[in-house]
Design a protein around this ligand. Sequence first.
Ligand SMILES: O=P(O)(O)OC[C@@]1(O)O[C@H](CO)[C@@H](O)[C@@H]1O
Ligand SMILES: [Mn+2]
Length: 456
Amino acid sequence: MEEEEGAEAGPLAVVMDVLPPRMTPKEEGSLPYLRIKDQTPTILTKAIDALHRHKSEFFEKHGEVGTEAEKKAISLLSKLRNELQTDKPFLPLTDNCLDADIWNKYLEYHHTLLNENNKKISWFQSPWLYVECYMYRRIHEALVLSSPISYFDVFKESKERNFFESQEAIKTLCSYLQDLKKRIENLDEKQLKDEFLKLFQIVLWGNKCDLALSPNQSIPQTSSPLAVLEDLKPYILVNNLDYLWSLLISRKKMRQETFSITRVDFIMDNAGFELVTDLVMADFLLASKLATEIHFHGKSIPWFVSDTNKNDIYWLIEQLKAANTKCMSECGINWEYYLKHSWIYQDHMFWTLPHEYCTMSQVATDLYAELEKSNLILFKGDLNYRKLVGDRKWDFTVPFHQALNGFHPAPLCSIRTLKTEVQVGLAPGQGEEITDTDPQWMTTGKYGIFQFDGAL
Ligand SMILES: O=P(O)(O)OC[C@@]1(O)O[C@H](CO)[C@@H](O)[C@@H]1O
Ligand SMILES: [Mn+2]
């Protein structure tokens, strides 16, 4: 057990005096160790390759200054890769971005936690969540310091490739949505619930597609995403979708008398196919009147290779509008309109800090207050889950509510395929039973959860 860090958690330290230790790459052979050792250098190498490939574009746009900037960014990223591989201490950020101060304070704070046996804040000695987030922030710093090409997203091409390679699945989904919207008014409650459950499962399995886990390969959705849902049901380890349905349908029924709005927030994860599933779900929630207001929360900088930022959404919509399949272009036109008029896109810097979510009410008071206005917050993906439960070595049976450690802005649900060894809220014996038949169950993205917390 680890002592809670008062400086970071503030008053929370009083509520929770002991917490399980955080995941860390310290131990050779552990999953965090292997991911930092093998996967992150590959991600950096691919980022460097992306800059190389755009050399002539930088020259055409900016002349010699562009070429110099490309060289500078490459040398900063190579230096970063070297720091990582030789386990050098973390350096403070030197750019002038708004969050640099918070990052540097976080580094200082981790220094204050050090004791005799734990000598430095470095790539293999620090909490894994911090190490990974720090790497993506340093990649951003390398670009920021390389003006005039600071705008360049080193992961853009991989995100775009995922979209193109998932064309068939995207077409199937768009066509399904357009057809569903035509008949939605005539569905009875049971039929509507069936569609709700079906689309949410598509959203869940869409999270298999992240690119940080397999930097060398894109995982496109080639088969029909709808046809495989029944076969995948046994892999849903926690299924609280009924709570989500009860919450939204009861608000819809009572809305006339009591509630004026039902607000659903998506804390988004990956671009490409997964993003399409989010937009399909949002469109369905509004068309079915299960929700009246949708907020999307994206990342403000390139993050964990495939995470969605504002440009990725607008790029996707342009692609859909230009598609020569009617259902896709219709989705593109509708979603562009919704983003102008009703869907709200926000990208708070907190989402790209290394902090676990139980600190949000102190570190990002404004964002916490914003989320308190929601009626249901959907946290997409593995990284969001790690931040929700603090990336700690919890027992499988610890209740989700407890692992959230005081983070309860509104009813929330994690929708995540398992890619790291963090999981709470399982039935007694459930985790051990799966380990017997499938020892890799926590890391392959084969299993998923819909895990809800909140009052109904
Ligand atoms: O959040 P996502 O996109 O579902 O997954 C992100 C991820 O692949 O990146 C990290 C790689 O080590 C892990 O947190 C996780 O496995
Ligand atoms: Mn992601």
